[in-house]
Design a binder for this molecule. Structure first.
Ligand code: NDP
Ligand code: CA
Length: 309
């Protein structure tokens, strides 16, 4: 479903290539909470069968398994137990952090709160520590959460800090400034735990690149760059989500994979589906189980200079 950014255009393979040797693959994906997608999202162009959980759940898993990432960062997870059961069988471990007051809880036929989740390939990476946090704004807890994991590559002992979050949704200057404060809280949390290790921050930031939070996340002092901007000649893609809500065609870039370029190299990535792939009804659809598309890229650790004694 995704086109490979780095493969030559002459390729005819339909199976995505695995991550190159010594690299690890990261997926960032807002999978669309089942309770939200079927109740509040107003996806008027989405065929109802595309939102039937009995089959949609397998299309979500299919997307994950097509790319076999070492790390899967997801948002809007309201069926964590199902995903964990499947991923466990494939050698992954997972961590889930629900939102304190998930909107799913107020909806008919909900399956509990939605939240963020991270799955990792336990055969390649060992978990060292798990930190979860309710994101604070002006020293008050918000309804957004973050998961931070410290992991170690089993074969090399290389350590990595991986975070995921789903920032406050909706438009407007006040909410853009709230997201910016959430970004600052996130960066303080990274600072507290990274201890000089390579960092990857994946999330649905609910913010276009023009918003203050994007600038905050990528300011020189953070040491973070956007992987998709790097892969796309210094510009973010045009969209990471494309849906029709009521009368409105919503095509926005809201999802990011930030990383520390002094410690990690982006080796390649996969494009989001083209406008032609999506068709006029956009997503979700029977081809794309969420209104957000998975961002997927491959990293290698940069060799670090040994500190002189
Ligand atoms: P957010 O504002 O961050 O949004 C929650 C979800 O709504 C996101 O997953 C977002 O998806 C989605 N969303 C964004 N825009 C739209 C849209 N135009 N139409 C439909 N869905 C959209 O939520 P909060 O975390 O602040 O939680 C919402 C609040 O609802 C909670 O605080 C809860 O207390 C409150 N609430 C609801 C009640 C109810 O009866 N409905 C009752 C009491 C409280 P994406 O990120 O993909 O854009
Ligand atoms: Ca959503």
């Amino acid at each position: 479903s995704h086109n490979n950014i780095t493969l030559p255009t002459t390729t005819t393979t339909t199976t995505p290539h695995p991550p190159p040797d010594n690299s690890f693959r990261v997926m960032q994906w807002n999978i669309l909470a089942q309770a939200l997608g079927t109740n509040t999202d107003n996806f008027v162009r989405c065929p109802p069968e595309a939102l039937d959980w009995n089959t949609r759940k397998f299309r979500i898993v299919e997307e994950m398994l097509t790319y076999l990432p070492q790390f899967i960062c997801c948002q809007e997870v309201d069926h964590y137990n199902f995903l964990e059961r499947v991923m466990e069988r494939l050698g992954y471990c997972g961590v889930f952090m629900p939102k304190p007051d998930s909107p799913c809880l107020y909806l008919p036929n909900n399956n509990g709160p939605d939240g963020c989740a991270i799955f990792w390939d336990d055969t390649r990476f060992k978990l060292l520590t798990t930190q979860t946090r309710v994101v604070e704004v002006w020293h008050v807890q918000s309804n957004q959460v973050v998961i931070l994991l410290v992991l170690e590559e089993r074969s090399t002992g290389q350590q990595l800090v991986l975070l995921t979050t789903h920032l406050k949704a909706r438009q407007g200057a006040l909410l853009a400034s709230l997201r910016n404060e959430q970004g600052k809280d996130l960066l303080a949390f990274v600072e507290q735990h990274c201890k000089g290790r390579p960092v990857i921050v994946c999330g649905d930031f609910n913010a276009e690149p023009s918003e203050p939070v994007y600038t905050t996340m990528t300011e020189a002092s953070t040491g973070l760059h956007s992987a998709y901007s790097f892969l796309n000649d210094g510009r973010e893609p045009t969209y990471s989500t494309w849906k029709v809500r009521g009368e409105v065609d919503c095509c926005q870039n809201l999802d990011y994979i930030f990383y520390t370029p002094d410690k990690l190299t982006v080796e390649g990535g996969f494009d989001v589906p083209s406008e032609e792939d999506l068709g006029p009804n956009r997503a979700p659809s029977l081809s794309y189980p969420s209104d957000h598309f998975a961002l997927i890229c491959d990293f290698t650790f940069k060799p670090q200079l040994d500190v002189e004694e």
